[in-house]
Design a protein around this ligand. Sequence first.
Ligand code: SF4
Ligand code: SF4
Length: 395
Amino acid sequence: MHRDDISRREFIEGLMNVGLTMGLASTLWSVGARCNVPLLETKEAYGQNGRATPNVTAHEYTKEASWYKTVGEGTQCFLCPKGCYLAPGETCFCRTRINRAGKLYTTAWNNPSVIELTSIENGPLYHFRPGTRMLSLGTSGCNLRCLYCQNWQVSQTSPLKSRNLSFNIPQVIKATGNKSCKGIAFNYTEPVAFYDYMVDIAERARQEGLTVTVATAGYINPSPLKELCKKVDAFTVTLKGFDEDFYQKVCGSRLEVVLQCLEVIRKEGKWLEVVNLIVPSLNDDLTKIRKMAQWMKLHLGEDVPLHFSRFFPAYKLTGLPETPIVTLERAREAALENGIKYVYVTNLPGHVGNSTYCPNCGGTVIARKGFDTLAINLEGGRCPSCKKGISGVWV
Ligand code: SF4
Ligand code: SF4
């Protein structure tokens, strides 16, 4: 395996080159949310220069938004199916878009609330350029309302109210440490909520030869998603359950939209991995998990990896226990039995389900512990024992 060796010191020096410092927490992974992301301690997340974004008139933190139309003095957003109509002065559901004098502006611009050095596996992305070092970032705001959100402190607030870092697009690119990081990952909260910032960074990153990945809950309309696909190499999408009722009551979202999103990403030819966070008593019904696997096989193909992720109590679901290991194992077995070739147990370091096995002979082709890739045993993308091709992007 090729793995870039960038030390924490080198990375901090890279940030200092752009006039910013921040604490790093490379292993603060936790799950419970769509994003399955680490939430840094406040002092680490915001760094010494952390400060609240100035008011909405501050030019460097706002930009006219994409994907909207004017309706009289109002604005109608069609980035996601919420379709927010805003009168002048109103802020939208995802808390990052505002109607100012009849125009829609994004306030999630140059102001990430979290930025961190990670490996690409944290997506989770297991079959795409393993070992790649990524600069991961996200702003405040989200267009969902998951009751178990791990990062609700930033997802359920506005960039106008959170404390943020100040990173314009050249600074983000520079913070990759003169390419010591090979890519940029958009995650933590919901990238749809900072779509314009994401797209502009992604465009610039691709020009610089950097890999671009997105972890999303997939609640986005098809046209903006197709535009996004042109600038992104790989996606992780959380399929939160296979039950419309669960989606609406627990996440404030709609299953059919997410299924459509998954199909669009596949049709656009992007690498895709799917995550399902299993919440005890809410979406752990094995019958529905089997249906999810069957749907995936039929509509996405048997090669799309599926991650079953462990829930830990958070936000409004602190009264539920963490997911029993046996539940995750049964879900994994059910998905394998229903034809998905690569099925993982995530957020449970050391479990046998962390690693990748050849679907033909069963040999271990990538050994992992949690999100750490320990060894890659592939020859030209094939199992060294039986020569079966292993799906993924390996260069
Ligand atoms: S509320 Fe938003 S950030 Fe939180 S888990 Fe749901 S989609 Fe992710
Ligand atoms: S992206 Fe935000 S503003 Fe646009 S429709 Fe969705 S929730 Fe509303």
